[in-house]
Ligand binder design. Structure first.
Ligand code: 4NP
Length: 156
């Protein structure tokens, strides 16, 4: 891709959690002055080509980020060679990624909250079927994960 580290966030549909994680890492990396290439995808292709969920767009907007240009896509084999880090939002999607990971891959695959002290092994809960307030919890969790990733990218 280029010489910046490249990070791909992966959830199920790529319309709620991973586009928010992508937005949070852009925000935190920019604040910290860390150059990074960020993208997101879903293990499922059901929503491919569609924008993020309106509730995800709204929570991003409330936190100063516009994700209206996002279009969902499904993870593909080439992603394991294009990205340095592929970061799953929950354990099911982590398992799907680990099963799909080629024997020789560039990407290190991890769980987002493993990058947050005290939250190892935890999932970012899926807000899709819940109330709007769930999206604020998602934003807080992906922001904490993004801050941990910024520290990792800085070599701290
Ligand atoms: P996401 O949320 O994985 O955070 O994008 C979901 C989006 C869609 C569905 C489930 C979760 N769905 O079942 O369509």
């Amino acid at each position: 891709m280029n010489d910046r580290p490249a990070v791909l966030f992966v959830c199920l549909g790529n319309i709620c959690r991973s586009p928010l994680a992508e937005a949070a890492l852009r925000t935190e990396a920019s604040r910290a002055g860390v150059a990074v290439t960020v993208s997101s995808a879903g293990t499922a292709g059901w929503h491919a080509g569609r924008p993020a969920d309106a509730r995800a767009r709204a929570v991003a907007r409330r936190h100063g980020v516009d994700i209206d240009g996002h279009r969902a896509r499904q993870v593909e084999a080439a992603d394991f060679h294009r990205f340095d880090h592929i970061v799953a939002l929950d354990r099911e999607n982590l398992a799907t990624l680990l099963a799909a990971r080629p024997a020789v891959a560039r990407a290190r695959v991890s769980l987002l909250l493993d990058h947050v002290a005290g939250r190892t092994g935890e999932a970012v809960a899926d807000p899709y079927y819940g109330p709007d307030e769930g999206f604020e919890i998602t934003w807080a969790e992906v922001t904490a994960g993004a801050q941990g990733l910024v520290r990792l990218l800085r070599g701290e």
